[in-house]
Design a protein around this ligand. Structure first.
Ligand code: SER
Length: 885
């Protein structure tokens, strides 16, 4: 049974039983406490907690999920996948334990010809939470399961939560017995490899606050309703139904594994280590593809870092299979073909995702090459110093800076006959982990503060009136200081204010927060920041300018009109530039981020080379033409599906059932989903001045522009500079570049001439200086003050020229000068002098000491300097004394 068929049967079964079929949400969640969608229930969390009323009593989905905690297990077991699909059915206060158990049993055990999954009853076992007698009774009653195939387990196995504060509850898991070939008798409690978990039924009925670990958490109380959240592992069911050994061999994954085998010329099934590598590749390529499809780009933090790690592990595994050449193009193509039927977005986004993948592979291969050079040098140094073990520092540097996995370092060191100081490396790693943990803890502390916002949010959404009004009368719902509600705040205090309605725009969608104030009877608050700490709630951080504000007071939010207008100009300009970019570069120039505030905008997009000057000008011109055309800006609220059909560029993170705001500029000329504030017609943007284009990470570029008056002011400043130059150089504007480049060449030629002249003038002095040589101790010595020179370089060339003349003699040349404004002395020796035991370095040091400074160098040439130019004669005398002695 193909994976797609399992998916179809699932959705039909639950759809026929009154469940609303909900398409998979993005892998990227808008829940700030979760990096990724880790379970089918994630998009429904607000319905379980009751923060948002559920739009349907029951639902079903096949949800894309990512979990990377067990990344080291991938490929070694049959069932650890970083990307997987969870088939779920959900009840929001509708049916509970009995319903969940009977649906699961029916679907699993109905014959294939009846639309079921056709598992034999005798192969199924279940576990329940230790004290859940009710579930045991239901399993006996509904499924007729004998008590011998029902086992009780503790929190570690049979209690489910997301790992973050939120909903949770005891669960009951269904297992499939793969038979004696896979392990010992005794049910899931005895062996979870032979008995494979396929479906988890969670009886979601509690609200968890602190979650310290899987088994250590605080229960705050019951949820408003008793809910059901179930998750069936589609990959696991697929591999059982397809008669293969593990999830890496199912129809959606195997083609990548085969491609890895083909590229490496190794056979799957011939060698255990190679098999694991091929499975890692198959898993990670698919996960990478799906993550990038949902808008994640490789980077050094957060989601992007996890993606980067997956992609690098693929490169590493390919190398271990003996493939050093690039292979992503073939591997990703194989995964694309395997996944595109289930997920059409894979096809739609492939231009962009494959470019990202290839860029990342190329960058990592280059990193590997430079890391390898560093490693080679370290190996060489270690050997020369007679060591047999590479330092932990080197291994850590390679890991931390170059992304070298330790086993790669071990392997290369071993090839060179060295070991690695593993314990020093491990210490450095655990130090780093401790730092990261402390960081994460600090962050988590911050997130825990969200509870106060959730409480306000539970009272209702903050109504944003700012699309239509710049001022709105409302009421203070509450004040917060450091995460704690307070009753009032007085002059000077900084406090967060929650209003029932607000005209002030909260930072979101790349647009900075509004500036403005909140005023009321006897108080005036300056708005410092506006944010949405949880969806639907606006929080204003303010400083009390005067008076005292209290919870319950009437209050008016007032937007700074000037600021808002400039911000709207900048946001509309962002859309114009985005449309212009796509017109110029093609549809693959995909926006990956943006930011705008009054007078300024920037836009990041996937593209892997610098834009030429002509392309930049073209984009700028298209955007400004759109400004001149005075296109109408129209915003509409409509269901997500309709917006997609209308061709709006989909952003990531919208969910099925959401209504979205679509902003058109000139009808379809520019059409985006956007919650920002905009001008009414494009002409109000005024002017777009593209000031820079640069790289931000691999295959990602950034354009920045000034907008409106700021654009004008920037151009005016440039005009002022130009007119100053035309006046000073007495050259018309058009000829300035040529004139300046002429001047620069003339200057260079003149400098060259001067240098040549100086050199010949110095050369002329050489014979006379050399002639002053007189015997001191064992050598001929030239000890002269040569006066003022332009630089120490001149002094050095004079010294070496004089030495050349005396090369046949045992001679020392020590010349002093005021070079570049400071006293300096340079000493040179001939071979004969060195044979006689004279060292230039020691002499320069002696003289420099007299000059009040320091010096040194080699035996043949050395230099010293100081601060006291009157001491030059004494410094030369000190050399004479040293030679005589
Ligand atoms: N949330 C549960 C799980 O992930 C069931 O869907 O296992």
């Amino acid at each position: 049974m193909q994976t797609a068929e399992i998916q179809r049967r699932w959705l039909t079964f639950f759809g026929d039983r009154g469940h609303t079929v909900v398409p998979s949400a993005s892998l990227v969640t808008d829940d700030p406490t979760l990096l990724f969608t880790v379970a089918g229930m994630v998009p429904f969390i607000p319905y379980f907690t009751g923060v948002v009323p559920a739009p349907f009593p029951r639902a079903t989905s096949v949800q894309k999920c990512i979990r990377t905690l067990d990344i080291e297990e991938v490929g070694k077991t049959t069932r650890h996948g970083t990307f997987f699909q969870m088939n779920g059915n959900f009840s929001f206060g509708d049916y509970f334990k009995e319903g969940a158990i009977s649906y699961a049993w029916e679907l699993l055990t109905s014959s294939e010809s009846d639309g079921g999954l056709g598992f034999a009853e005798r192969d199924l076992w279940v576990t329940v939470y230790e004290d859940d007698d009710e579930a045991i009774e239901l399993w006996k009653k509904v499924a007729g399961l004998p008590e011998s195939r029902i086992q009780r387990l503790g929190k570690a196995d049979n209690y489910w939560h997301t790992g973050q504060p939120g909903p949770g509850g005891p669960c009951s898991e269904i297992y499939f017995d793969r038979g004696p070939a896979y392990g010992a008798e005794g049910g899931p409690a005895a062996d979870d490899n032979r008995y494979l978990e396929i479906w988890n039924l969670v009886f979601m009925q509690y609200l968890l606050t602190e979650v310290r670990s899987k088994t250590d958490f605080d229960i705050a109380g019951e949820l408003p309703k008793k809910n059901i959240d179930t998750g069936m592992g589609m990959e696991r069911v697929a591999f059982l139904k397809q008669g293969v050994d593990n999830m890496y061999e199912i129809d959606q994954v195997r083609p990548v594994l085969d491609m890895a085998a083909q590229l490496s010329g190794r056979r799957y099934g011939a060698d255990h280590d190679d098999d694991v590598r091929m499975r890692v590749i198959a898993d990670h390529v698919r996960s990478g593809l799906m993550l990038m499809t949902d808008g994640v780009s490789p980077s050094n933090e957060g989601r992007g870092y996890i993606l980067r790690r997956l992609l690098r592990r693929v490169v590493r595994a390919m190398r271990l299979l003996g493939v050093d050449a690039p292979s992503f193009s073939e591997l990703f193509e194989a995964s694309r073909v395997a996944m595109r039927d289930a997920y059409p977005e894979v096809e739609a986004e492939y231009e962009r995702t494959s470019r990202l993948a290839l860029g990342e592979e190329d960058a990592f291969l280059r990193t590997l090459a430079s890391g390898t050079t560093i490693l080679d040098v370290a190996v060489e140094d270690t050997k020369q110093a007679g060591g047999s073990s590479l330092s932990g520092d080197t291994a850590f540097l390679l890991h931390d800076t170059f992304g070298f996995p330790i086993d790669l370092t071990l392997e290369i060191a071993e090839e060179a006959g060295l070991s690695v100081d593993r314990s020093a490396f491990d210490t450095l790693m655990s130090d780093q982990r401790a730092r990261a943990k402390a960081d994460a803890k600090a962050k988590k502390g911050k997130l825990a503060d969200l509870s106060v916002y959730s409480e306000f949010r539970a009272q209702g959404e903050t109504v944003f009136t700012g699309y239509d009004y710049l001022q709105t009368d409302s009421r203070v719902l509450g004040l917060i200081v450091d995460g704690i509600p307070v009753q009032s705040a007085s002059a000077g205090q900084i406090v967060e204010v929650i209003l029932a309605e607000s005209a002030l725009y909260a930072e979101s969608g790349g647009q900075a927060a509004d500036k403005g104030s909140i005023i009321g009877n006897g108080f005036d608050l300056e708005v410092l920041d506006v944010q949405r700490p949880v969806k639907g709630l606006i929080s204003h951080t303010v400083q009390v300018r005067s008076g005292e504000v209290g919870a319950g007071d009437a209050a008016t939010s007032v937007v700074d009109r000037e600021y808002r207008h400039s911000a709207a100009q900048a946001h509309s300009a962002t859309h114009l530039v985005h449309a212009a970019l796509r017109q110029t570069l093609g549809q693959e120039a995909h926006q990956s981020g943006s930011f705008n505030k009054a007078g300024y905008m920037r836009l990041d997009f996937s593209w892997n080379q610098a834009l030429s000057h002509e392309t930049r000008s073209e984009i700028e011109e298209i955007a400004n033409n759109a400004v001149r055309d005075n296109l109408e800006v129209v915003t509409r609220i409509l269901p997500l599906d309709e917006a997609r059909k209308a061709g709006a560029m989909a952003l990531f993170g919208e969910k099925y059932g959401d209504t979205v705001r679509m902003v058109d500029i000139g009808g379809p000329w520019s059409r985006e989903l956007c919650a920002g504030t905009h001008v009414r017609t494009s002409a109000e943007v005024g002017l777009v001045n593209l000031v820079s284009e640069s790289s931000v990470g691999s295959a990602n570029r950034r354009v920045e522009a000034l907008v409106g008056l700021d654009a004008f002011r920037d151009l005016a400043a440039e005009r002022a500079i130009v007119s100053q130059l035309t006046a000073n150089l007495k050259t018309p504007r058009e000829q300035l570049p040529e004139r300046i480049s002429d001047l620069v060449s003339q200057l260079k030629a003149a400098e060259k001439k001067i240098a040549a002249f100086e050199a010949s003038r110095l050369a002329e002095r050489v014979p006379a200086i050399a002639a002053s040589a007189a015997r001191v101790g064992p050598v001929l010595a030239v000890l002269e003050d040569v006066g003022v020179l332009a630089s120490a370089d001149e002094l050095r060339s004079l010294v070496t020229s004089v030495r050349e003349r005396l090369a046949a003699e045992p001679a020392v040349v020590a010349l002093a000068a005021r070079a570049g404004g400071k006293p300096a002395v340079i000493v040179a020796t001939t071979a004969g002098a060195r044979d006689a035991g004279v060292r230039a370095g020691a002499l320069a040091k002696t003289a420099a000491g007299v000059l009040g400074g320091g010096g040194g160098g080699k035996d043949d040439l050395a230099q010293g300097g100081g601060t006291d130019e009157n001491a030059i004669p004494a410094a030369l005398d000190s050399i004479r004394g040293a030679l005589a002695g």
